[in-house]
Each structure stands twice: as structure tokens, then as C-alpha cells.
Design a binder for this molecule. Structure first.
Ligand SMILES: [Zn+2]
Length: 470
């Protein structure tokens, strides 16, 4: 059984960071462990891992954040009985990752693998992780969550691993980052590039059968770990909460994707495959209507929380549904203003659809027959209109965008709105500080951004089928 050992500090190797050879026995920094030579080996492995990560970060700077989010789990080697030398274990050739961004570094394998090759595997494993190969894995659901090596189904697991590798490796190859001999390469196999693992599976099946008739193997069997197929491995430490959790992963991936988009916008070199990934990763996955509804309801109820309840008549319906706060209990209805970017970049049907959505949400959350104040804004804020439904809105304005003017006009309204909803493509300056009202930004399209102090929901820029207005 291999125990993960905790290197003193994997990110601060004892040896020079750019060393490409063995770091040499490091000066012992603490009392020697009971394992004798093991601490020195562990330090060498930590130094090698750090050097490999730096190499990879130089080759793919757009993935530096991802590389430094990987947690190395160093596994003790087995030793040759005769020579006493550590023996590399081919099961760990790919430095297998798990979905918590742990990378399993088997000591003898790490010491026998060139730094550049370790660095290549780290980039490769990030590919498995951010492309959610474990969640997409067809074998994950087919088995009782264990890696059934040698049993029925493992052929399917191997095929999935190869197909997932093909999806990753063509992007790496496009950057001149060629993998070690024997790994799956769409180019070398004559397969089209830029396909998904799901698309590569049947292609590899056909190819494997053809090659097999000639007695040729498609590729060497490489096990990239549970980050690829979602199946537990025996070497995972039981109940380990090492690495990073679901929320951190979500935030990490979004920040990697945002970083890639910033680099691409600044005309920095980012390969096409990674730009596509970032685009897709940042595309809204949740239903924007549900998110907008929850943000507005939250804004409404927290605004209502500021009122003096004693002077309000309790709702006749209060208590009818235990656990549900009835609208009348949270009255007076909060005041809402909508700032509409009328610079012309957003289609009228999209604006109308959004206003209809907002009036619908407010009617449900704070009672019907609500008036909303709307401020059209291009470079300046136009006079506020009171509307009941989208059709009442008169769009004024045209050239230029400065939502600072619209937000300033909204918070200057009397009574001051508790909630300001801004509908914009986000290609605008924003106030540097949080305005004195809650702000929800409906960000239309993929190009713009919203400030950190606002709650933001991304909305598709194409008009959708019209919603029934309430
Ligand atoms: Zn792989």
C-alpha cells in the first residue's frame, strides 16, 4: 500500500527551480524519517515536480493558474529486492489525476521521467480536468464506481481514455507540445483534429480493428486516472479531502477561462482549442431566467427586510403556507428601477423580452400591478419613464454607452430605488464603487463584463421566443 507522503514544500524545491536533471540529495532539513532514504527521495520528487510545473507554465502561460492549482500526491516507490533501487510503476506513467486536482506522483516514475515529459503530462491532465472527462465518462455509470482492470468493461474504459487523450493531445500538438512515444495522437493516427472524446470513440474502434488485423496496437495503454473516467483507484487515499472541492473547481475553471479570454483579447498567443474551451466554459449553463428571478427576489426581500414591520398590517394569507414568506409580510413593495442600454447594440426584442421577464418576476415576488421606472441610457441618462409592461417602454438614445450615467440617474430617483437592474452588453465604463442600491446586471451577449460589486446574469443576445407577459 502506498501512503501519500507530504513533501516539505512542493512549490519551493530545495534545488534550483529550472534544474532539468536530478536535483541531487538535498540537505536534510529535518530529522531523518524512519524510512531512511525515503525523505531524500521525496525531496527530489518535489523538486522535479516543481521544475516540471515551471517548464509547463513557460510553455503554456495561459494555463499557469491551472498548473499551480494541481496538488502533487507523492506515492512511495517499491524497491527492487536485489538492487534496492526504486522501480518505476507503469500504472503511474501518466501522473494520473483525480477530480480534486490531485496528481499522483509515484516516486520512482517521477525520478525516471524527464522534467519536460512530466510537464507535458501535467498539461495533459489539466486537459482531462477542465474538459470534465470524468463526468462525461461512459464507464463511470456502467460500473460500481471502481476501476475494474482486467474485467469486462475495462476495454471500454481504455477506449474512453484514448478518446479523451485524442481530444486533448491535438491541442497540445498544435502548440508543438508533442507527447511521449506511444500516446494517442489524432495527427499520427490520421484522424481529424478538434473532435470530442465522444466523437473519437467510434473512430478509434474502427481504427483499432483495422490495425489489430495487422497485429498493430493503436496506442500504448496509458491510465490517466479517475479524472478521465470517474472510477476510483486503489491508490486514492480513502476519505481524502485533499485537493480542491466542487465550488473551488468551478471558480478555478471560470478564472482560467476568463484569463484565457483576457489574453486572447490582448492578442496574446492562446491556441484555438483553448480559446474555444474558454468560450464554452463561460457560456451560461444555468437557466438565465431562473438566475435572474432568484437575484431579483433576493434583492426584493432584502430591501423589504429594512422596513418597519410593526406599522404594517399582517397579510391575511400569512401562515397559510408555513415556511413561505408571503408578499404582504415583506411589504412595502421595494422600489425598482431599470437602466436600459440603448446604445443600439442590443436588439429591441431582447430588451422587450428582458423587461417582460423582470415585470413577471416582480409581479410574482412583490404583488401585481407594479410600476417600474425605466431609464434609457446611452452616453447620458434620459428621463425616467413609468411602465407597467414592456410594450409601454419608449426607447430613446443611440450612440455611445456609459452606464455610469444611467446608474447615477437611477439612484438619484425619489423615492430612491432599492434595486437597480441594468440591461447592457457590458461594453461600458462602470462606477468604481458600489452604488447606494443593490444592482443586478443583465449582461447581454458574451463580450462585455460587469463589475464585481454587482450580481450578474448573462443573457443570450439572440431574441428568444416571446414570453407571455403577466
Ligand atoms: Zn490522458
Amino acid at each position: 500500500m502506498t501512503d501519500p507522503t507530504n513533501p516539505a514544500s512542493p512549490t519551493n524545491p530545495a534545488g534550483p527551480a529550472d534544474s532539468t536533471g536530478h536535483a541531487g540529495p538535498a540537505e536534510p532539513t529535518g530529522p531523518a524519517g524512519p524510512a531512511g532514504a525515503a525523505p531524500a527521495l521525496t525531496e527530489q520528487v518535489a523538486a522535479r515536480f516543481a521544475a516540471a510545473r515551471l517548464w509547463a507554465a513557460h510553455r503554456a502561460p495561459y494555463l499557469a493558474g491551472a498548473l499551480f492549482a494541481l496538488t502533487p500526491v507523492v506515492l512511495e516507490p517499491s524497491f527492487d529486492d536485489a538492487t534496492g533501487e526504486p522501480v518505476p510503476d507503469s500504472e503511474f506513467r501518466a501522473f494520473p489525476a483525480d477530480t480534486r486536482w490531485n496528481v499522483h506522483v509515484e516516486t520512482a516514475t517521477a525520478l525516471a521521467t524527464p522534467v519536460e515529459e512530466i510537464g507535458w503530462w501535467l498539461l495533459h491532465q489539466i486537459g482531462h480536468l477542465v474538459r470534465a472527462h470524468a463526468a462525461r465518462s461512459p464507464v463511470r455509470s456502467a460500473h460500481a464506481n471502481t476501476h475494474a482492470a482486467g474485467e469486462a468493461g475495462s476495454a471500454q474504459a481504455r477506449r474512453w481514455n484514448q478518446a479523451a487523450d485524442a481530444e486533448i493531445n491535438d491541442d497540445l500538438e498544435a502548440e508543438g507540445l508533442h507527447g511521449p512515444a506511444g500516446v494517442v495522437s489524432p495527427a499520427l493516427l490520421g484522424l481529424p483534429p478538434n473532435r470530442t472524446a465522444e466523437e473519437y470513440v467510434p473512430m478509434l474502434d474502427v481504427l483499432d480493428e483495422a490495425l489489430g488485423r495487422g497485429g498493430v496496437a493503436l496506442a500504448e495503454a496509458v491510465d490517466c486516472g479517475s479524472a478521465t473516467d470517474g472510477l476510483d483507484r486503489g491508490y486514492h487515499s480513502p476519505g481524502s479531502d485533499g485537493g480542491i472541492g466542487e465550488l473551488e473547481r468551478e471558480l478555478l475553471e471560470r478564472s482560467i477561462a476568463a484569463g484565457i479570454q483576457e489574453r486572447a483579447a490582448a492578442r496574446s498567443d492562446v491556441p484555438l482549442g483553448w480559446r474555444r474551451w474558454a468560450e464554452e466554459r463561460l457560456r451560461p449553463t444555468v437557466d438565465w431566467r431562473a438566475l435572474l428571478g432568484s437575484l431579483i427576489r433576493r434583492g426584493v426581500s432584502s430591501a423589504a427586510g429594512r422596513v418597519d414591520f410593526d406599522r404594517r398590517r399582517p397579510s391575511r394569507r400569512a401562515g397559510a403556507t408555513p415556511g413561505i414568506v408571503m408578499p404582504a409580510m415583506v411589504s412595502p413593495a421595494p422600489s425598482v428601477a431599470v437602466v436600459v442600454d440603448t446604445s443600439g447594440s442590443i436588439l429591441r426584442p431582447v430588451l422587450d423580452g428582458l423587461v417582460a421577464e423582470i415585470t413577471g418576476i416582480l409581479n410574482r415576488a412583490a404583488g401585481p400591478r407594479r410600476r417600474i421606472r425605466v431609464i434609457c441610457c446611452d452616453l447620458v441618462a434620459h428621463p425616467a419613464q413609468e411602465i407597467r409592461r414592456a410594450g409601454d417602454m419608449v426607447l430613446t438614445g443611440g450612440g455611445g454607452t456609459d452606464m455610469r450615467a444611467g446608474i447615477a440617474a437611477a439612484v438619484a430617483l425619489r423615492p430612491r430605488p432599492d434595486l437597480v437592474i441594468v440591461m447592457t452588453d457590458g461594453l461600458t465604463p462602470w462606477p468604481e464603487r458600489r452604488p447606494p442600491a443593490q444592482v443586478v446586471v443583465c449582461l447581454v451577449g458574451e463580450d462585455g463584463h460587469a463589475p464585481a460589486w454587482a450580481a450578474t446574469v448573462r443573457v443570450p443576445e439572440k431574441p428568444e421566443k416571446p414570453e407571455k407577459e403577466e
